[in-house]
Design a protein around this ligand. Structure first.
Ligand SMILES: NC(=O)c1ccc[n+]([C@@H]2O[C@H](COP(=O)([O-])OP(=O)(O)OC[C@H]3O[C@@H](n4cnc5c(N)ncnc54)[C@H](OP(=O)(O)O)[C@@H]3O)[C@@H](O)[C@H]2O)c1
Length: 308
């Protein structure tokens, strides 16, 4: 009897976990031949799986990463899995404004196309500072991509219809922005949540500014993914999180699906500026849809990265 209940408990846990981790896959089979896709942080996790999926559809894939060795290793894997040799690396450190400016200058000189920009790179809940003294989460996750997107907008407009997809997280809902302290760097998880809320406002305001210019924008929550984000923590915490993520988080390939969906699906343009999860539009908390806050953040970000 004891054995029966043990087996029953194990089987039920297995199916409950499987049910919790269920995800939709992108069923749109559109190809991307002749299109150029730029993915920040394309060497790891969700970014790398997105790169494989889009290379399989025939796109020219550029992965913008801060570490050349990790990028080259990822490119070998992306090419081997997609049989697409049109995958290249360009150096970009989103924690350094000069690196972003140099990257964009060289991109605009070298590359004639930019059809899809995927602002994927991100740091998790950590307390640190960028080279320009911004809190690491706000600086990399929001400000770095804000500057990058703005400097690449001319090419995106030339290649219209084009899209900007920015990775956010459903944990945006646990925080609001404090305009007196945008560089907030006190509790790691809260800095992360604020940066991911900023990604949502950024997407809304970008869609608003680009209205009628052929550039559309989407914010994507990929799900909770078994990616490489634990590498930022101590060995013991990494081991602990490996077990948790294995049990409860989804594989990277599943995490890339909503990004791929927003890249290829025609119907997403009806939700320009919207928030997506699990390959469909998702609801936002009312405070995260405040157009006034989105505009205010845009203007503050312009000042911080010295665009205004
Ligand atoms: N994993 C999740 O459960 C989850 C949930 C919600 C949202 N997200 C979001 O999904 C996105 C992808 O994350 P992931 O889960 O795939 O994590 P990941 O495996 O850790 O990948 C993050 C990528 O960002 C890059 N990166 C970090 N700092 C950078 C910098 N200063 N300059 C350039 N690139 C930098 C990393 O490069 P290195 O390899 O050089 O470190 C790596 O390629 C992030 O925006 C994250 O916030 C993830």
């Amino acid at each position: 009897m004891y054995l029966f209940y043990t087996i029953l408990a194990a089987l039920s846990s297995f199916f409950v976990l499987k049910w919790m981790k269920r995800r939709r896959f992108c069923t749109d089979v559109k190809r991307l031949d002749g299109k150029t896709v730029l993915i920040t942080g394309g060497n790891s996790g969700v970014g790398k799986e997105t790169a494989v999926a889009l290379a399989l559809r025939g796109a020219r894939v550029i992965i913008a990463c801060r570490d050349e060795d990790r990028a080259r290793k990822a490119i070998r894997e992306i090419k081997a899995r997609s049989h697409n040799m049109n995958v290249i690396f360009m150096e970009l450190d989103l924690a350094n404004m000069r690196s972003i400016r140099e990257f964009c200058k060289s991109y605009l000189q070298r590359e004639k196309r930019l059809d899809i920009l995927i602002n994927n790179a991100g740091v998790p809940s950590i307390l640190n500072w960028t080279d320009d003294n911004f809190s690491m989460c706000f600086g990399v996750n929001h400000l770095g991509h804000f500057l990058l997107t703005n400097l690449l907008l001319p090419r995106l407009k030339e290649c219209a219809p084009s899209r900007v997809i920015t990775l956010t997280c459903s944990s945006y809902k646990y925080q609001k922005l404090d305009f007196q302290d945008l560089n907030y760097n006190l509790f790691p998880f809260l800095t992360y949540c604020r940066s991911k809320l900023a990604n949502i406002y950024f997407t809304q305001e970008l869609a608003h500014i680009m209205e009628g210019k052929g550039v559309t924008a989407y914010a994507v929550h990929p799900g909770y993914v078994q990616s490489n984000w634990t590498c930022h923590y101590s060995f013991l915490y990494q081991m602990f999180m490996k077990v948790i993520t294995f049990m409860f988080f989804i594989p990277c390939e599943a995490g890339a699906q909503t990004v791929v969906y927003c890249t290829v699906a025609d119907e997403v343009t009806a939700h320009n500026g919207g928030y997506f999860s699990d390959c469909r539009p998702a609801k936002l908390k009312p405070f995260a849809k405040d157009a006034g806050v989105a505009k205010k953040l845009w203007e503050a970000s312009e000042r911080l990265v010295k665009l205004a």
